[in-house]
Ligand binder design. Sequence first.
Ligand code: GLN
Length: 493
Amino acid sequence: MDIQELITKPSSQQRKALLNKDVSAVELVNAVYDRIDEVEEKIGAYNSLTKDIALQTAETVDEKIKNGEDLPPLAGIPLALKDNINYKGTYTTASSKILENFVSPYDATASKKLKENFIPVIGKANCDEFAMGSSNENSAFKIVRNPWNLNKVPGGSSGGSAAAIAAGEATIALGSDTGGSVRLPASFCGLVSLKPTYGRVSRYGLIAFASSLDQIGPFGRNVEDVALLLKATAGYDSHDSTSLNVPVPDYEKSLRNDLKGIKIGYIKELCSEGLQSEVSEAVQKTIEIYRSLGAEIVEISLPLIKYSIGVYYIVATAEASSNLARFDGVKYGYRTKNPENLYDMYVKTRAEGFGDEVKRRIMLGTYALSSGYYDAYYKKAQQVRRLVKNDFDNAFKKVDILISPTCPYTAFDIGSKIEDPLSMYLMDIATITANLAGIPAMSVPAGLDSNGMPIGIQLLANSFEETKLLNVAFKLEEVVQFKYDIPLKMLVK
Ligand code: GLN
């Protein structure tokens, strides 16, 4: 297989080629940069490239292979890192003008673990500004185009991470998921992704959006890659007080277990009304696949889902308004030119540095937290959040896994929703509940719609049941045999 083809394959094939010495890690990384030269102008997946860092890591891998040393499974596998995750010495902008020239002085814990696993970071992936959005159109620098159809959005907010893999500009990626931001882009770009249990992966060094919802999550071309990258990044971290001290299992070991005795519930409220017909058909087909694999299928009702968008957009904006207070032009980042006084400096810095969506959320969140409204909005939202969690707790007494579409629709046209924030917020109906409840959830490709755009199926499990979740996802993948490589062939001249 030639190297340009090898970079479009899942990590297992690349690892095999590395260990057989068919290619070196440096050659693999260079081949990815050749691909970037060829396609990146059309896609916009990266805010910056980190070639020196990637090549240095690749050289270490080659050295270790030469010396016959044992290597972790993802050593040498090219990765795209969302640009809201600190990686020492790289620009970390969160796709915001306010951090345009910010260089990370330290590593996020997830980045530290990438280094420990000798995973070369190809570049910092474009995203919605401060991870706020569902289409990646809120980046202050440039939009990201969906490699399956360049007129469509890749999904957000981790759109660059997903588009990079779908376009062959990386093999694996990390994103962050506050309300669906790794699952929606995976669903729109025909990839696998996983939002871990809250507390499973350290948030230290992830630029905070909504701290009680944020988790860093892996993307890959298949379930195995996602399992390996989760294993590489998960674990307790004393730097994150919400990280949980639970052992990290070997996720990939249980992927092939059979599904006899597993109970799967499809979520009534998300599988019935308001879906694109092909998405609805894909859900039905998935249910039939699981039935044929020996799983027991039941209907589960989660009646409070109807409140989840309202709850999420109060909790997330409230936390964002507080987290983003630190960007004031004093400590780091952009500062306005020639302010009249200190107050003027704060106001102008933030007015010039933040984009429209970020400002909208700061205003909404500040309002929800202000005295007089706190009880009516923020406190009420937190109470309903608890009830949403209770619904899941009850559901997981009856079933092992829940299923729904990842999104009611497939990828939409660039520009078609950006003027209407509410319709954009509604895209998150299926994904945000997992963040509100803190439970793990995945998106797995299930087929294409009539326009050739990927459809994603969401699978959810109880807290810390990622092993079961990945096993159920793997079994679907085996049957569906999704062709993730269509855009990889389309894009090359
Ligand atoms: N689309 C959601 C939002 O705009 C989720 C974003 C995310 O998960 N980071 O808030």
